[in-house]
Every structure is written in structure tokens, then in C-alpha cells.
Design a protein around this ligand. Sequence first.
Ligand code: MF3
Ligand code: CO
Length: 248
Amino acid sequence: MISIKSEKEIDAMRESCHIVRETLRFVERHLHAGMSTKDVDQLVYDYIKSCGAIPSCLGYEGYPASACVSVNEVVVHGIPSEDQILKNGDLVSVDLCVLKNGWQGDGARTFIVGEGSEEDKKLVEVTRQCFFEAIDGLKAGSPLYDIGYRVQSYAESHGFGVVRSFTGHGIGREMHEDPSVPNFGKKGTGMRLKAGMVICIEPMITAGDWRVVTLNDGWTSVTRDHSKAAHYENTIVIREDGVEILTV
Ligand code: MF3
Ligand code: CO
């Protein structure tokens, strides 16, 4: 079932999402070579707590950290570790959820540590732009799979791959609600979006093959060909005349 949120509920989600945005900005400001991915997770934990909120990835289906910190060929769900030290040029995707007053917010960004290669900068920029292509003209009445169609067309037009095995999702009191929001699809198909739906659009884009495998820890998802990957996610509200982005 897909819930429609009231304006009061959206106001509450705006607060959680504001903390998501500020936490991601805080991480971006503090990211540097020599820190561990566990240090990144600690920044996320401390910042969200300082906002009087809950880092809701922690303990979610047994996930052991406040953020997913996915480096280079890790696409999503990288588990922070004190043994994994960031170095100049690393591509670092940080994905986190915030629970405040019973409402969730969800967002992700990919950062480059220090100086990145031109190819990596392009991957990060195209991944971000996939999101903005997806929401361009999106509004109540738009077919759900237009989102994936737009993401896929844009990514593939740049020679990049679109991860299929993870998708965006509805969000509200739960981190993951209906509908599933794939990053691929056929234009003009799927259910029609309605005003008041709140969804997360999260392109996961690879520099090479789009196929991914999960490591033995049961979480870490890496590209099969070890090409690098990037992730960009925002929580948005569908409106009659467009969308409202809650996490930027
Ligand atoms: N924030 C992720 C998403 O975009 C989910 C993270 S999985 C968790 O859906 F286990 F870390 F919570
Ligand atoms: Co999400």
C-alpha cells in the first residue's frame, strides 16, 4: 500500500530530511585522506545525535553502523571499518537515514577524497544529474517508471551502467515503504504518482558493468568487474505541479 502524507506529516519529514542534508554536508566538510571509514561513521553518529535524532540505519535488519560508507568499487552498503583508511582520489559514497519524531529521512552522496580523476568526477556528476533528470517535469499523474527510464537513458548515454538489484523506495514512518522505485524502466509505464507520496530516488551508477555481487558479510555490494560506482539519493514529495526535494 502506498500512503499519502498530510501536510503535517510532510512537515515532520522535512525536519528529519533537513538533518540528513546537514549530516551529509558535515561529512563532506570533514572528509580527508588518512581517516577511516569508521571515523566517517562516527561523524555521522555524533552529528545526528547532536540534532536529537536517531541514526536509523544502525540496527536496521542487523546493519551494524549509522551510515553505509562505500568506497570505489563498493556500490552500496559498505560497512565502516577502522582498518579501511581513505586515501587521496578515493570515491566515497555515504548513505544515511535519520529518524526524528517518528519520521524517516534518507539521502546519499558520493564524495571524492582530495583530488579526483576526470573520469571519477564525471561519474559523480552524471550520477547526481541522473536524479535531476528523473525529477524534471515529474509531478502528480506521472508514470512511476518514467523515473527509471530517465535515470537509465541519461546514465547509459554517458556510457555508464545502471545497477538493477537495488532500487529507490517510498518512505515515511518506515525507512522502506511502497512503491519500489527502480533506476531502469519503460517510459509511460507503472502506476501514476499522486500528490503527497513521499519517495526516495537513488541512482546507483557504475563506470563499467552494472552487475553487482554481495560479499560474504551479507551487506557489501561491489561491482562484478570492480569498476567504480557512485550513488546519489534524495527524499522527495510528489506535488500537483512538480516535486519538492526534502534533502537538499
Ligand atoms: N539508506 C539506504 C537506502 O537508501 C538503506 C541503508 S540499509 C541499512 O535505502 F541497513 F543501512 F539501513
Ligand atoms: Co534509500
